[in-house]
Design a protein around this ligand. Sequence first.
Ligand code: ADP
Ligand code: MG
Length: 705
Amino acid sequence: MQKDKYLSTPIRYIKGVGPSRSKLLSKLGIETIKDALYFLPYRYEDRSSIKKIIDLRPNDISTIVAKVKKITIKQPKSFNQKLKILELTLTDSSGVTYAKWFNQPFLEKVFKINDEIVLYGQFRLNYWHTALETINPEYEILDTEEPFNEQINIHIGRIVPIYRLTNGLSQRQIRNITYTVLLDNIEYIEDSLPKEIIQSQGLPDLRESIKNLHYPPNDISVEKLNNFQTKFHQRLIFDELFFFQVGLALIKKKEQKEKGISFNYKENLINQLLVKLPFNLTNAQQRVFKEITNDMTSPFPMNRLIQGDVGSGKTIVALLSMLLCVENGYQAVLMAPTEILAEQHFTNISNFLKDIDVKVQLITGSKKLGLKKKIEDAIDTSKANIIVGTHALIQENIRFEKLGLVVIDEQHRFGVIQRATLRKKGFNPDTIVMTATPIPRTLALTLYGDLDYSIIDELPPNRSPIKTILLDKRNENLRFNFIKEEIAKGRQVYVIYPLIEESEKVDLESAIEGAQGIQKRFPNLSIGLLHGKMKAEERQATMEEFKNGKIHILVSTTVVEVGVDVSNATLMIIMNAERFGLAQLHQLRGRVGRGSNQSYCILVQHKTNEDARRRLSIMTKTNNGFLIAEEDLKIRGHGEFLGTKQSGLPEFKIANLPRDAEILTAARNEAFSLVDKNSSIAIYTKLNDSLRQFWGDRFDLLKVG
Ligand code: ADP
Ligand code: MG
């Protein structure tokens, strides 16, 4: 504790920092000594051997120390008016070489004749093959006051750390700071990872790791350093993931200890529904429903994640669970991520339950007028057994008369924290979370690490895989022919336009224009238009017409993305497909292929780039949502993939998924077995500070000690 107190000393008290520089450091997230110790380089440069200019070889990446002999600014008018080149002529005792920067006018003020500088970059033969030059190299100007000393230099002659910077702070300055901080304070760092775990995982010493990550020994591989693959990195990554998983394990344990509802298995309502269904449940659906009934009939609260690919039939499993709840005299809530989906769930469930004595209510935020009345109805079991709605359901502070089950149908929008918050509001119902699109296992462990896990790994029979075709925008005829053919077969068509907030107006216009263009081409067909700016009633009416087959072609923005279910629709055309992410494309494509007819998805590309090509090509190669999710994660990295802000998770400083998936699994196993073994909370007090540090203001959710 004493030591930790010391580590929280503000950084401005460190020699060479002071008030103004500490402001800059604060922009980098460095407020205290401890922050500085944990402020790791994001990459490294091997400057361990400084080359004489005469020893430079073409194409080698090398470090030199040289004097500025001449500064020239060139503006080759011939081919580009705007091009401005700054060229330094550099010498050491052995020869001459050149460094060039393009269009970086501020550099003119940076260099002076006779400055001694360090350069790090790739040297190549110049145009005339008369000398070597380096373009846009890394540079540092050596301090003339403090002549270069090869023995203790932290800036060259070694593997050098490169830190994130902010305006007004140079690499040299921040290196001097981290170096000073390390020298004087590293021994205050205390290791809170249990010894047995350090041993069983074969992890290196914590202080040693931090030291080496700032100023690595020269025999370490720079490539490994840059890929965060040294054992020192692994140590810090493990710590971070471990503290995270201990938190999840504690949340889970706490919830398990709480008293939940112990439902009785009654199958009257369930059987009424099952005999009405036009299909049999798949084996996977039966298995998952069994897992749910086991949880619901146990005296502990259920917290279960259901993963299943688009179209695998999650909704019916949720509905059966809700009936079990209702039959026990409790209310069940189904929460959807968008209004349109809530509306659709409401319609579907109402249809499924026709002639069955269960009352269903819809509550969404947009029905402002009726909302108050609806809320009053909702709390009354005599008026509502199943309540369908958006997140307005929890935000509007509704209290239910007898809430027994919450089903969250979502798209990674409701994380660990929000779920725990829901619980803290005083509800203690059973909970099912259904993911709209599959997410990779590594991420499921992160985002839903406190939940039990069920997977519907089977699609209903008689589904032929959707054929996906990539078309250029100019290929309009082919596109229209596809529409014509499907309509001729009596099927229906979606045409989707992107709509992103920044260019909302333009996007909306292009959707409207698109609809008009299609109408012109098919004057005898009925074309519908759907977007988020419409009133809920209009939207619902349009959806209803499409469902009944009155609308042949539905032109829409991405509001139909999640969950919409019209099995006669067999053609999905996605305009500007390059603007969509993989998960979104997969969701959209999942709107077709819901019946037994062959379905098609046409991805229409307008302009593309490398990333977009990669995404679209994955879409044409597989229909498997789990594979697509893995690829998506590789392309986007976990921060983007999860939308960390939305997920409400603490952010990782060093760990990164999927890169650190293996460490995550190890950390999770250690964390869960530690929490499992220790019924007493004494063990956590040692971890307390680290947990507090990692979980920040979410710490009290863990309720440690
Ligand atoms: P998702 O898992 O994407 O939410 P849904 O629950 O919307 O999938 O189901 C997709 C479609 O498949 C719906 O029309 C549903 O009625 C139908 N369906 C569900 N289960 C089966 C089954 N076992 N056999 C045939 N069709 C099914
Ligand atoms: Mg669904």
